[in-house]
Design a protein around this ligand. Structure first.
Ligand code: CU
Length: 313
């Protein structure tokens, strides 16, 4: 039975998960029992009342009150239970406790940005404390996305020009996957992130240590850190491998062929423009799928990334 449960649902790692699953199993098990009972009755009656001789005529029965009330009241009770239970769980799911820790979420084609109260930003990594309600306040920079954390049994659409919210309380330290569950274009299936659930202490350490955005680092080093933190490496390699986007290795100073037929030199201005307005010039043979980092990376950070790309000769 345990194997079957694991096969049907991912591990339950939030306070709401157990309740959601209980309702799911209740509906499944009742449906199964009814299906079984009805099937057996059909087969039995088909056999019992089959035509036995030429003059075997079906008697005319107009109604049977007892039977009809029974088969109406039982399903009615079941439906009322499912409604009440579902309504109750749903209300809990959409009402965040007032002391919830708030994190701002921005969905972009095709990555997730998480902004914390101390100004910290993490891309494709959601860091949260265990045993504490967390509220996500979400919006999209472009099309409709949807944030789904199966282990927590929570899912909510992420819309442009409007905030939506979602809350959960993780019950175990560990990692859980985040999916985008609203088809949002070419790299929709790459729009993955991970929830890292920490102890309260580790969470605070994470907030502090990753809070600095490396202003005291050497530019090239800072650039490398920013490239990793902003998930550039999901699309760009530093070793010549072709991923969704062109590699950074050996790119600096080269002539870049564009889709428009022109060429452009891979210099400071080209890198800056590519980061802020990726659609302006498209590298030949690649698709226009890079998200804009305008509003995410400032000029000093872009300088650092430029220095880092320069070192990859
Ligand atoms: Cu999406």
């Amino acid at each position: 039975m345990n194997r079957l449960i694991e096969y049907m649902l991912p591990p339950a790692k939030s306070t709401i998960a157990g309740e959601t699953d209980a309702l799911f199993y209740f509906i499944n098990v009742t449906s199964f029992i009814l299906l079984f009972g009805i099937t057996v009755a059909i087969i039995y009656f088909a056999w019992k009342y089959k035509r036995k001789s030429e003059d075997d005529v079906t008697p005319v029965i107009s109604h049977n009150n007892k039977l009809e009330i029974t088969w109406s009241v039982i399903p009615l009770i079941l439906v009322i239970i499912v409604f009440g239970w579902g309504y109750n769980t749903y209300m809990k799911k959409i009402t965040p406790p007032s002391d919830a820790y708030e994190i701002r979420v921005v969905g972009k084609s095709w990555l997730w940005e998480f902004h914390y109260a101390n100004g910290n930003v993490s891309v494709n990594e959601l860091h949260v404390p265990v045993n504490r309600p967390v509220k996500l306040i979400m919006s999209s920079d472009d099309v409709i996305h949807s944030l789904y954390i199966p282990d927590f049994r929570v899912k909510m659409d992420v819309l442009p020009n409007r905030y939506t919210q979602l809350w959960f309380e993780a019950t175990e330290v560990g990692e859980s996957i985040i999916y985008c569950t609203e088809y949002c274009g070419t790299a929709h299936s790459n729009m993955l992130a991970t929830t890292f659930v920490h102890t309260q202490e580790d969470f605070e350490t994470w907030l502090e240590t990753s809070a600095g955005d490396g202003e005291d680092m050497e530019p090239a080093e800072r650039g490398e850190m920013l490239v990793q933190r902003n998930a550039c490496m999901t699309c760009h390699s530093d070793d010549g491998t072709r991923l969704v986007g062109p590699t950074f290795q050996g790119a600096w100073g080269s002539d870049v062929p564009l889709e428009s037929g022109e060429t452009v030199v891979y210099d400071e201005n080209y890198v800056r423009e590519s980061i802020l307005e990726p659609g302006a010039k498209i590298h030949e043979g690649f698709q226009n799928v890079m998200p804009s980092y305008a509003g995410t990376l400032d000029d000093r950070q872009i300088d650092a990334i430029i220095e880092y790309i320069k070192t990859l000769q």
